[in-house]
Design a protein around this ligand. Structure first.
Ligand SMILES: C[S@@+](CC[C@H](N)C(=O)[O-])C[C@H]1O[C@@H](n2cnc3c(N)ncnc32)[C@H](O)[C@@H]1O
Length: 298
């Protein structure tokens, strides 16, 4: 709903609830990663896929880590499933911010599982440290849509980009891979994400790995280990998680990432429940059960 459609009182109440929801999660220091760059798109449709614009919204909201007061116009890719358009990827602050640590970590020869809008691809092609990018995409119609929807002349270094059409879980490279980024599910917290990433990595043996929404799996792991205070996570716990899931995950040297990860998950849970009209959820140090039901299945 546009802000202009609400009464000023309703909007003030909504913003108050949003601030309450984020009061102990909002990140006040700048994030430790560069801001991503958004490429240009145009409207297009191919079979059951389409690229359509999303409106500018003059309203407050939350990205993945940070709040915002204004949402610029953007684009999204949707797929028609059982007669309904399902959003696979958009350019909201949540999508942009959740890719930031992975964009920052990309280096050398990169394998990207899942093309989507190519937003991640666009941002890593710009990095001098990235020398070659192999994108794994299973849907030929999505690929045709991508080629129709992007403004090719605005894309830097497309010469570094190769596409492999097929199921990412079956890809076996003939070259060394420095970095793997997996994003082949539509919702963060998808409960197949970790297993799919492990399966892809078993064939690829990348030196560094990131997967979209991995923060949800870290929180799940904290719950399984009965870590008594979710707000007191630290780098050692994150490193233990990486070891136990047997993945050389990004951000293992960061002193801030573990808390940023927990904050992101809590903020998303609170915002979703606040939108549904319920009370702002209080999260005590070991309230894991309030976080896990949010995980979505693809
Ligand atoms: C959420 S989008 C990826 C968004 C991407 N990170 C970006 O920056 O735009 C997921 C993509 O993964 C693709 N996909 C889903 N399952 C796949 C699989 N098993 N193998 C390869 N691609 C797959 C989908 O067709 C879709 O293009």
């Amino acid at each position: 709903m546009f802000r202009s459609q609400r009464t000023p009182e309703a909007e003030a109440y909504r913003i108050k609830r949003l601030r309450e929801a984020l009061s102990d999660t909002v990140i006040t220091d700048p994030l430790p990663w560069a801001e991503p760059v958004v490429p240009m798109y145009q409207e297009a449709q191919v079979a059951d896929w389409r690229c359509v614009p999303t409106p500018e919204l003059n309203k407050a909201g939350v990205g993945y880590f940070r709040p915002y007061n204004y949402l610029p116009a953007g684009w999204m890719f949707e797929q028609r499933v059982d007669g309904e358009w399902m959003r696979w990827m958009s350019l909201t602050p949540m999508e942009l911010e959740s890719h930031m640590p992975h964009i920052a970590a990309a280096w050398g020869t990169v394998v990207v599982a899942g093309l989507g809008m190519g937003f991640f691809l666009y941002n890593i092609l710009r990095k001098p440290k990235v020398t070659r990018v192999v994108v794994l995409e299973k849907d030929a119609n999505l690929l045709t849509l991508f080629n129709k929807a992007i403004r090719r002349n605005c894309w830097p270094h497309l010469d570094k980009f190769e596409l492999w059409l097929g199921d990412a879980l079956e890809f076996v490279p003939e070259h060394d891979v420095d970095f793997l980024f997996a994003d082949i599910w539509p919702y963060f917290g998808d409960d197949t994400a970790l297993a799919k990433t492990q399966a892809i990595q078993a064939n690829i043996h990348a030196k560094t790995v990131g997967f979209w929404g991995q923060e949800w799996d870290f929180v799940d792991w904290l719950r399984e280990r009965d870590v008594p205070d979710i707000w007191k996570v630290n780098r050692a716990l994150y490193r233990q998680f990486c070891q136990e899931v047997n993945l050389p995950l990004i951000e293992q040297d960061s002193v801030r990432y573990s808390l940023l990860a927990v904050s992101a998950v809590i903020a998303q849970v609170r915002i979703s429940t606040a939108k549904a009209g319920s009370e702002i959820m209080k999260i005590e140090p070991n309230d894991y059960e309030k976080l896990t039901p949010m995980r979505k299945q693809a």
